[in-house]
Design a protein around this ligand. Structure first.
Ligand code: DAH
Length: 356
């Protein structure tokens, strides 16, 4: 009897010591297998009397059942542990932030262009786009800058192969050619509407021309404040009665809205451009903040030259207006306090993502 109790105890401790299902099956064989200890005890009963068989048989059976129960319990415990470790290994922390694919955003200069378009749009200006590969005629000649004009040397032009008036041959050095392109279309549409044919300059009635033309421009130039590709935004307002006073009003309103600063002041400094007479550089100064106390040049401007009015197909005795050309890159630098223009075009996401 004591032997059986010891046997059950040693089976239980063997099972407890088995750390894997394979170990457990080996331990089981030692007690319940074909030549296991319980099996051997059963075999030994053959020689016993019926009475002895009854008494010992019942005890062996009880021991066998106890060992089987211990085996089943250990199997379950090992299976539970296996499941628990699998669950732990595959655990999913649903509170972790997800891995998003990086979200893009608009380039700071694009943000400025959108802002310019919205402000001039609210003042009734149309927005026009034009070609970046331009002809000599639209870029220079039509803007009162003939072949031998010294002002041409102010623009370090990228020339491209081929070209005639019909086939463009340079990278536009400014957005001013859009003055001509847009005005010519506008005049053509109203001549057609009025049924006026022929080449004579238009002196009939038509709605005013009010347009801005933002876009890329190119010059052979590169340093902290110049890039071979840069942006400009042209402005043009032509009508029968548009004066310098209107230019001052419109541009002052634009600058104050753009920089969200009511105390910003403007200075129109006499200058020269072939396509305007008189001409002025527009400087701004902030009355407060980090840039206060300095005049900062933001645009060229002037009253559209009569020769340019003619090249638009308009009669200069009737039509008059003003134009301006500003640098959105420079406006972006001033607005965000960036001191190197090249940062905008290096494509470094660490820099660009600060503007979102
Ligand atoms: N096109 C000139 C430039 O790139 C800027 C400019 C000056 C534009 C005067 C204008 C203007 O429309 O009236 O330097």
């Amino acid at each position: 009897m004591n032997d059986l109790i010891d046997l059950v105890a040693s089976a239980k401790s063997a099972f407890a010591g088995a750390l894997t299902p394979a170990d457990l099956e080996n331990a089981k064989a030692r007690f319940l297998g074909k030549s296991g200890q319980i099996t051997e005890l059963m075999k030994g009963m053959v020689a016993l009397s019926v009475e002895e068989k009854k008494a010992l048989g019942a005890n062996i059976n009880a021991a066998k059942q106890a060992i089987e129960a211990a085996l089943a319990a250990r199997r379950q415990a090992l299976a539970d542990a296996e499941m628990a470790s699998q669950l732990a290994a595959e655990a999913l922390d649903v509170s972790l932030p997800g891995r998003t694919s990086g979200q893009g955003g608009l380039h700071p200069v694009s943000l400025t262009l959108e802002r310019i378009e919205a402000i001039f749009g609210s003042m009734g200006f149309d927005v026009a786009q034009g070609p970046e590969i331009e002809s000599d005629w639209f870029n220079f000649t039509a803007l009162n800058t003939p072949q031998d004009h010294p002002a041409r040397s102010m623009h370090d032009t990228f020339y491209v192969e081929g070209g005639s008036e019909a086939a463009p041959n340079l990278l536009r050095t400014h957005t001013s050619p859009m003055q001509i392109r847009y005005a010519v279309q506008h005049v053509k549409a109203h001549r057609a509407a009025a049924g006026i044919h022929g080449d004579a300059l238009f002196s009939g009635d038509m709605p005013e021309i009010r347009v801005i033309a933002p876009g890329r421009t190119y010059r052979v130039d590169s340093d902290a404040t110049h890039s071979p590709m840069f942006h400009q935004c042209e402005g043009l307002w032509v009508g029968e009665n548009v004066s310098f006073k209107d230019l001052k009003f419109v541009f002052t309103d634009f600058c104050r809205t753009f920089f969200e600063s009511d105390d910003l002041v403007l200075r129109f400094r006499p200058s020269f451009f072939p396509f305007t007479e008189p001409s002025a550089e527009i400087d701004i100064a902030f009355q407060s903040g980090p840039l206060s106390g300095r005049w900062l040049e933001v645009a060229g401007s002037g009253q559209v030259h009569p020769n340019v009015i003619r090249n638009m197909g308009l009669e200069p005795e009737k039509y008059i207006g003003f134009a301006f050309g500003m640098g959105p890159d420079r406006l972006t630098m001033l607005r965000y306090g960036v001191n190197d223009l090249r940062l905008f075009f290096d494509g470094d996401v660490r820099f660009l993502s600060q503007f979102q």
